[in-house]
Design a protein around this ligand. Structure first.
Ligand code: GAL
Length: 675
């Protein structure tokens, strides 16, 4: 992995791979704990996240704390040898807080106030909330600073899940302060936002407001800065809690659980403030390939971490918050969990330990279902615990990748603003499509920022990298000049960091690198496709352009831009840069991806049947081949070594049953590892 090298604090316990999940004992009579602990031992649970939603149970009225129950929980965990990922409990202010401080409630763009009664009912800019949260975090930190169960601080929970933006007057003031810091003078803001347009010029700071509901398209610069501000504002909440935790316990690592490709938060900026990168991943049934998305989220987390990371939450079976909550098939719990491990997770956590009897999540699956122990889920939970124990030597090993997808939140926000050539642009979908093509080939991929060091990669893909700074464009060019292969897709390199179009022909700063000039976009109608001269076809996008030094690989073969380049390749320095002026999907994308992977000299981890995923983790002493069979058929993969889940030797051929997983400590790592 080339993207990032960082040294981070890591929890001293548990050893090996951490296994457990969210434990919410305040929902249950205390007498159940002995039963819980016995069952946790049966499952091999060695970590629990405690206190995520405990504000109301801990601070029962302003400044009045009831610690007894949590003291006993922590003591019991220590007695059972279970590490606590102890939450700061700030994610859900109790009704007494919101009732006493109604000015802390979040407000939507249309002015609707969001009331208490669910969770995360606070304005991220509210000084009253922030002070109360920091106070609570500090009290908890001082209380448990030297408790033997304490292994890690779990700051808040899923920042921004329900309140990623608040448009109230307090937020407006904070936004203005943030803008004043960024621009210094109003004149600079007016320039950056292009307020000469539509008579939008500001003459005093107090005229500047969040992009509240307005008659038509709000100013794009205002919207983009608002997205940046909202991410930073929640990060400021997180950092304020971290500061007090670090003051009290400098040696205890801190984390907050991320949510994969979550648009509102720029996790590339968040990552540097955390010791442990942790993630919550839930299978999204509306995606074409939910299991490939699972791998993508693991790749993103590993890239943010620069090494191992924690899977903080996923679901043992169904969730409760999608329109249709599909239960997991037998074997899927284990396979999904081990997919995260294959992608670099050194912890596997679930939401939650015991299925709730009451509340909005009572139909969300849990490690211990309503029906108890004699269940599919419980047997798989126990089985997974045993599997993870067999894999403990894998902890700390790393995943190498020679391919990176370049992604930035700034560009994502800007690319999907309104009033653009097409509404069909879907940056995350485009990243998923590319990742899934590489996934089909067993080519492991990092997801990195365009600012990161690309030096260690052979192939870099930039899907819809619409906003590109001068430095980022030079970074990409230097990568290709030095011998790398790049693929840039349509609507990339179009604007600068103020969302101002780069003049002289698209794609702006990338014209020289790509050897093309584009004069006009020709987006396609919904469902429309366009044939290319190489017999593939594109959707979403086409454009009127010409090669300016690049070799034309395929042209548009029909429609108003027939004859214009659709796929080009430009020799640049010692490398080459491909440009895709349309959206390839399915087999066409796969064929193109195969071609660039081969051209870049990247070798897949292993050759497997379709739907059978192979990933390798390695340490200086060993390498581990994970084979995850997502199909309904048994699969065979060539490898020699010891299969760690069964302890059996593998000579030549590993057989993996339908839906199952094999993990082989390799004796003769294939040539691909060494590439
Ligand atoms: C997460 C959250 C958990 C639980 C879970 C259900 O978003 O952190 O508290 O709500 O989803 O899937």
């Amino acid at each position: 992995m080339a993207g990032k090298t960082v040294s981070r604090l890591w929890p001293a316990t548990p050893a090996g791979i951490a296994y457990g999940g969210d434990y919410n004992p305040e929902q249950w009579p205390e007498e159940m704990r002995q039963q819980d602990l016995a069952l946790m031992a049966e499952a091999g649970v060695n970590f629990l996240t405690v206190g995520v939603f405990s504000w109301a149970a801990l601070e029962v009225s302003p400044g009045v704390f009831e610690w007894g129950w949590l003291d006993r929980v922590m003591d019991d965990l220590a007695g059972a040898g279970i590490a606590a990922d102890l939450a700061t409990a700030t994610a859900s202010p109790p009704p007494w807080f919101s009732h006493a401080n109604p000015q802390t409630l979040p407000v939507r763009a249309d002015g609707t106030k969001l009331w208490w009664g669910s969770r995360q009912a606070f304005c991220p800019s509210s000084p009253i909330y922030r002070e109360a949260a920091v106070h609570l975090a500090g009290e908890i930190a001082r209380r448990y600073a030297s408790h033997p169960a304490l292994a890690m601080w779990h700051v808040h929970n899923e920042y921004g899940c329900h309140n990623s933006a608040c448009y109230c007057d307090v937020s407006a003031g904070a936004f203005r302060a943030w803008l004043a810091e960024r621009y210094g003078e109003l004149k600079a803001l007016n320039e950056a936002w292009g307020t000469a347009f539509w008579s939008q010029r500001y003459t005093a700071w107090d005229q500047v407001i969040p992009p509240r509901r307005t008659g038509t398209f709000a100013n794009p610069g205002q919207q983009l800065d608002w997205a940046r501000f909202c991410s930073e504002e929640l990060l400021a909440c997180c950092r304020a809690e971290i500061a007090v935790l670090k003051e009290v316990t400098p040696d205890i690592p801190v984390t907050t659980n991320m949510m994969s490709l979550f648009k509102p938060l720029d996790y590339q900026r968040w990552a540097d403030h955390l010791d442990v990168i942790s993630n919550d991943h839930y299978l999204l049934n509306f995606l074409e390939r939910p299991e490939a998305d699972l791998s993508l989220s693991g790749d993103l987390m590993r890239s943010l971490a620069g090494g191992p990371w924690w899977l903080m939450e996923h679901s043992p079976s169904a969730v409760n918050w999608q329109p249709f909550n599909l239960a997991k098939a037998p074997g899927q719990l284990v396979r999904n969990s081990l997919t995260h491990v294959a992608r670099g997770a050194d912890a596997v956590g679930f939401f939650q330990w015991r299925a709730s009897r009451a509340g909005a999540e009572k139909y969300h699956s849990a490690m211990l279902p309503h029906a108890g122990r004699d269940t599919k889920v419980w047997r798989e939970v126990v089985n997974l615990g045993a599997n993870l124990a067999s894999l403990s030597e894998v902890a700390g090993s790393r995943v190498e990748s020679k391919v990176a997808i370049v992604h930035s939140w700034d560009s994502w926000w800007a690319a999907e603003l309104d009033a653009h050539p097409t509404m069909a642009l879907d940056v995350a979908g485009h990243i998923r499509a590319w990742h899934s093509a590489l996934w089909d080939m067993n080519v492991t991929t990092d997801i990195v920022s365009p600012d990161s060091n690309l030096g260690g990669y052979d192939l870099v893909i930039a899907p819809n990298l619409y906003l590109l700074t001068d430095e980022q464009a030079s970074n990409l060019a230097a990568f290709v000049r030095g011998g790398g292969t790049a693929v840039v897709t349509y609507f990339s390199g179009i604007v600068d960091s103020d969302d101002h179009v780069r003049l002289g022909g698209y794609p702006g700063m990338l014209r020289e690198l790509l050897g093309v000039v584009v004069e006009e976009f020709f987006p396609l109608a919904p469902g429309e496709t366009v044939r290319l001269s190489d017999s593939s076809s594109g959707s979403v996008w086409s454009e009127l352009g010409r090669a300016d030094g690049a070799e034309v690989v395929a042209e548009f073969a029909e429609g108003p831009v027939a004859g214009c380049p659709a796929i080009t390749r430009n020799a640049f320095g010692s490398g080459s840069a491909f440009y895709l002026a349309t959206h390839l999907t399915g087999d066409d994308l796969l064929a193109f991806a195969r071609r660039v992977v081969a051209q870049a000299g990247v070798r897949p981890v292993a050759d497997t049947p379709k739907g059978v995923e192979a990933v390798r983790r390695s340490s200086p002493d060993a390498s581990y081949l994970f084979v995850l069979n997502h199909t309904g058929q048994p699969a065979e993969v060539e490898v020699d070594g010891v299969e760690l889940l069964s302890g059996e030797r593998v000579e030549g051929t590993l057989r993996v049953a339908a839906g199952a997983v094999g993990v082989v400590r390799e004796e003769r790592p294939s040539a691909a590892v060494r590439s």
